[in-house]
Design a protein around this ligand. Sequence first.
Ligand SMILES: Cc1ncc(COP(=O)(O)O)c(C=O)c1O
Length: 400
Amino acid sequence: MFEQIIKTNTFEPILIHKALGSWIWDTDGKKYLDCVSGMWCVNLGHNHPKVIQATKNQLDEIIHRNKSFLTPITLKAANTVLNYMPTNFDKLTFLNSGSEAMEFAISFAKKVTKKEKVLSLQDSYLGAFGKAKESSYTSLDKTDMKIPYPVCYEESCNCLENTQLAVDEILDGIISQIACFVLEPVMVSGGVFKPCSQFIQYICDKIQSDGGLIVLDEVTTGLGRTGKKFGYEHLGIKPDVVVLGKALGNGYPVSAIITTSDHEAKCSYPEFYYAQSHQLDPLGAAVAKEVISVFEKDSIIEKNQSTILELNQFFKSLKYVFIEEVRSVGMIFALKLKNYKNYKEEELVVKIKDDLLEEGVIVGFNVAKGLLRLLPPLTLSMDEALFLMKKIKKVLEAIN
Ligand SMILES: Cc1ncc(COP(=O)(O)O)c(C=O)c1O
């Protein structure tokens, strides 16, 4: 099946051809509730009418241009994104994918600081290639620069007391060589884990006092996914660089690296020459500008709070022996499964995912981590949430 396509991953045995809001349709006309928002991208739902209209308007004007020219829409989009940030930033550039922007951010931090080492957390997923991949859990490269961390959702806790000595031991010998600490506010791909905020604050303080930068990977957590505008607002830190992707284009490939002129001044052009065909393209900028404007004008994050609460209560109420743990942050939900009856954990993951697909619900899964994961659009209606809960109950009951 699909023999003309290079097998970069497995494919479901259906073809999908249309999408609107939280739903997608296959070529037989069956519809599915998309609880993974594409690739965690359509926080506003598929084919959001205002975003589609802005895209069509821009298509009629100009899609692409030579990198030596800028367009008014690019400048407007830059201002819109910068004004939307909760802490002070005054510089950005638009790129295309999260991986590309993360790679740019790491390289930017190295140039600014004239240092080489990159610190990350175990379980991070930061990109598909380069240094971002090397610093991710998916890389086979074992490096002691990926440090363990306590998972914690409390405001006051003992995590730091319990871990400070170990962190000091790791950092003290190398801190002067660290260009940046690169982190996701919630390790979503890595298993849905929120690192302890006190622990993160401690590391950030140490690194920033020694001239290193804090690079926040908000590719998945940015734009409302965690219940706030940005995931770093849960951590009480002040990043030097923020990277956005996925939801910024609501399905269109546009990403952004956001920083300050103070940082840029330390490695300014031509030291930081960068060129690829579609950086700062007007079409991506028009999409990003409209996405942010919908977030603001339609109070997407505020309106999503009651759905988050409802779904959170539902998932936390699931008491089945084959569910080892329920993890959630904002509109991110995960069920960690375990062996049950004749099913191995990984078989159970695939079975539940397949049974839900049959029932018209698409969920994410990670076989190796024994995990089912749901990141529905933030625009999911209460009726759609009820549909989802009913289908999950039905599928889990049948296994029980
Ligand atoms: C936290 C995080 N960073 C970076 C990336 C890479 O983004 P992209 O797939 O757009 O290259 C991803 C993708 O899942 C991600 O979750």
